[in-house]
Each structure stands twice: as C-alpha cells, then as structure tokens.
Design a protein around this ligand. Structure first.
Ligand SMILES: [Zn+2]
Ligand SMILES: [Zn+2]
Length: 331
C-alpha cells in the first residue's frame, strides 16, 4: 500500500484538463516495439523479417511497410481499496473411521496473518469432525440375517427313534438344543460392509484458513480497444504508472465531460467504454467493502495492425501520451 501511494504521488500528469493530450506517433510506437522485440524475441524477428544469405539488421524493419492500419482508442484507469475477507468456500469429506487418522487436521483459535502462513489455503478442520450413523446397518456395525444353521429358530431339532419298554417299541421323539452357530439367537451377524463395523462414518470439513481481513489496492482498467491484454495492462499500470502519462480528472463527471476534447478524437467504443467505467466506478463507490482510491485517469491508446515481411499478422498497442507510453504486442 505504501509503495503504491508513493508511486501514485510520483505520477506525472497533466492537470490542465482543457489541454489536448498528445498521442504518440505511429513511428515512435513501432520503434519501441522493434527494440523490445529485438531484446525478447530476436529469433522470431529474424525469421519474420530476415533475408536468406543476408546479415540481419533491425533497419530492414520499417513501420511504413509493417503497419497496415491503426485505431485511436482510450483507456480509463483508477484504483480501489478493497477489503478482502477470508473466503467462505466449504468442502467436506465422508470417510471410514480408520481413514481419519491418516488425514492431517488443523485447529485455529483465532485469525491468521496470511503472510505468515505456510500451507494450503483450505485445510481439514479438527473441530469439524462429526460422526454420521451408518445408514446401511442403522448404526449397529453389523447386518443381521437368519442363522443358516438353524434357519432362524435358534434351535437344532433332531428326530430320534427311541425304544420304549420291555418290548422296545420304536417311537419317534424329537429333541432340540440351542444352535451353536448363533448361540441360540436364531440370527447371524455379518460385519457391515459400508462402515466396516465402526457403526459410524465420519464427516469433516475442509475450510479456508481464517486469514485476517486485509485491505488491498486493486487496479481497474477499461479500454475501448478490447484487447486480450486488459488484465496484463491493468496490472502493469499498477506497477509502472510512473512510465505512463495520461490525464487525471478530479472526478468521473469531469472526465466524462472533457474526455473528447482532451483526446482530440472520439468514437462509439470510447463513449461506451467511458459509460461502462462510470457504472463500475459508481458501483465501487457505493459498495461498503470497496473505496475509490485514486482519481480517474484517461489514457490514449493506439492500436496498430501490422504484418511482417513473411505475412504474419500481429498487433501493437500503446497506452499513454507521446512522452510516456508503454506498449503491448501479440508478436
Ligand atoms: Zn442358529
Ligand atoms: Zn454400517
């Protein structure tokens, strides 16, 4: 935050908003791109612009031959302060009792400073462990069936022939005794396959570490060029705003009123972009978790549509005025 404020205070801005901003000329943008590409992407540059058998020189790459078209666009930039509270994401696991001990559980008694935390952002919480009665065995740990030996009677019944009296008359008699398989209960118990006999399954939650809420500076960028670099530019402006020059307005209404005169050009996209940025700005202004942290800035953006000697198409974007601008490229 301190670093950020320091940078913001160091921005060189044109405060006289009635002055028209000077946009960088195409040759300067192209030159800057060429130098940056020769540092970062020399091989590709040689491939796209080189001539077989000739020594490669940057001089063979000219804006006049490469730039096929250009558009003048604009970007609105401001920063907000945002309170970031711990996330409320929640996940849970249901496991067999012996699996619990294999998990690493955490316990927190208060908030954690995020910078001091080593580990995952969401962790299994010890105090969230709760038993869930097994549905399959209704919490008994076993399932019951009729005893196979006694067919559920609990008894073994035998029919004997006995000999009665002097005559030794044969008579049928039945005799029963408790079944030894089920101890006379008539039921046999099988360990529950679901809970493994532990009666319960165990549930625990994987919750975010309770980080202390922090206030952070967040850059917001709206650009009419609708590049795929918007997020990148947003972040870069946050870090590099010293190297980019635009116009700072005291409030959004002034920006809206003076944008066209300040830029010296205008199109439907710019108008729409300013409208979107305005509703965004107002939304942040009303939200209790955010606060507008800087005045709105207006930056000219130039979009160059280029083609290499070999016919590959690419684009270059510049953001900033003629004195201080940064570039992006799809090369
Ligand atoms: Zn039995
Ligand atoms: Zn069970």
């Amino acid at each position: 935050m301190l670093v950020y404020n320091f940078l913001l205070n160091k921005i060189l801005l044109i405060i006289m908003t009635d002055v028209q901003i000077k946009t960088p000329n195409l040759d300067d943008i192209f030159e800057k791109w060429k130098n940056s590409a020769s540092r970062k992407n020399k091989k590709k540059l040689e491939k796209e612009y080189g001539t077989k058998g000739a020594v490669f020189s940057l001089n063979v790459i000219s804006a006049a031959e490469s730039v096929k078209d250009s558009l003048k666009e604009a970007a609105i930039y401001f920063t907000i302060r945002k309170t970031v509270a711990p996330s409320k994401d929640k996940d849970e696991n249901l496991v067999l009792a012996p699996r619990l001990g294999k998990e690493t559980f955490y316990l927190f008694k208060g908030n954690v400073i995020k910078d001091n935390w080593k580990g995952k952002e969401s962790v299994p919480m010890f105090d969230s462990i709760s038993a869930v009665s097994c549905k399959n065995c209704r919490g008994k740990g076993y399932t019951e069936e009729k005893c196979g030996t006694c067919k559920g009677s609990g008894k073994i019944q035998e029919n004997w022939t006995i000999l009665v009296g002097e005559e030794q008359d044969k008579q049928k008699k039945s005799f029963s005794y408790p079944c030894g398989t089920c101890y006379g209960t008539g039921k046999s118990q099988t360990r529950c396959k679901e809970c493994g006999g532990h009666q319960n399954m165990y549930k625990y939650e994987i919750l975010p570490v309770p980080f202390k809420s922090v206030v952070i500076g967040v850059p917001v960028l709206h650009s009419s060029a609708q590049t795929k670099y918007e997020k990148e530019i947003e972040k870069d402006l946050h870090d590099l705003i010293e190297n980019v020059e635009g116009i700072r307005f005291s409030d959004f209404k002034t920006l809206e009123n003076k944008a066209e005169a300040s830029l010296g050009y205008w199109n439907k996209n710019i108008k729409k972009t300013i409208g979107n940025a305005k509703s965004d700005y107002q939304k942040y202004d009303k939200d209790k978790d955010t606060k507008i942290n800087s005045q709105p800035h207006l930056f000219p953006m130039i979009q160059l549509f280029c083609e290499t000697k070999r016919g590959s198409k690419f684009e270059i974007y510049s953001i900033g005025n003629a004195q201080k601008f940064i570039i992006y490229s799809s090369f």
